[in-house]
Design a protein around this ligand. Sequence first.
Ligand code: UDP
Ligand code: MN
Length: 262
Amino acid sequence: SAEDSEAFVTLATTDSYCKGAVVVARSLRRHGTTRSTVVMVTPNISEQSRFALKDVFDEVIPVDVMDSDDHVHLSWLGRPELGITFTKLHCWTLTQYSKCVFLDADTLVLCNVDELFERDELSAAPDPGWPDCFNSGVFVFRPSLHTHGGLLDHALQHGSFDGGDQGLLNSFFSSWPAGDISKRLPFVYNLNASSFYSYLPAFQQFGHNAKIVHFLGAGKPWSQREESRSLTMQQFVCLWWKEYLSDTTSSTAGKQQQVRTS
Ligand code: UDP
Ligand code: MN
């Protein structure tokens, strides 16, 4: 069935972001996803983190920023700021899957969101800072080497207007704001704290409908820093910790064993 070739995908290039990735996988599994879970990791990740990821993800896929072809490699050397961005773009090379949902490692899934696979590339929710741009923390895409090549070319020619993947993806998928309305995901698929500050009544009215919380910006749940957070965000952070510290065996029951050893 189509479901077998669909996956949730995330990325971790540091041990800290691995903690986030573990929570992404556990929260997906807790809410009974029928799709595969995939994490892309860079070689600098510690053995311990790799082990933790293999325990909760169906697939742990090593990626290397520098394994692109020479043309890209050389150009990349002059654009080190695009490193993480290029690594995230690797998700388009996962052509063993026909459709995927990318989730940032700083997201927490609160219910089953498998209905996202009914959407097509590129579906995403508006960015709260500039709603004519989509936020690239949650998006639906179709792996394709052709698209991947196009994205790399675009990055090398035009860079990224915000220095990261979001600027690049928004200029590449430039029809998003005025295009097919079905590609505009409801905000509850990418809820973040900024709406608490910018539109409190809406947050109070609709916040409980949250499906995916995104801890964007500084002050990730796993960072030790004391943050002044709203009570609601503090509750989401508590939920994050509960998931992080939860017993693996219960949250991975039914998981397919297809972990790739590397
Ligand atoms: N990321 C990573 N290592 C880094 C920075 C980012 O692996 O040092 C990945 C991770 O999946 C993260 C995503 O890239 O969730 C986007 O970065 P981040 O979430 O920090 O950006 P924000 O959502 O705060 O703008
Ligand atoms: Mn993020």
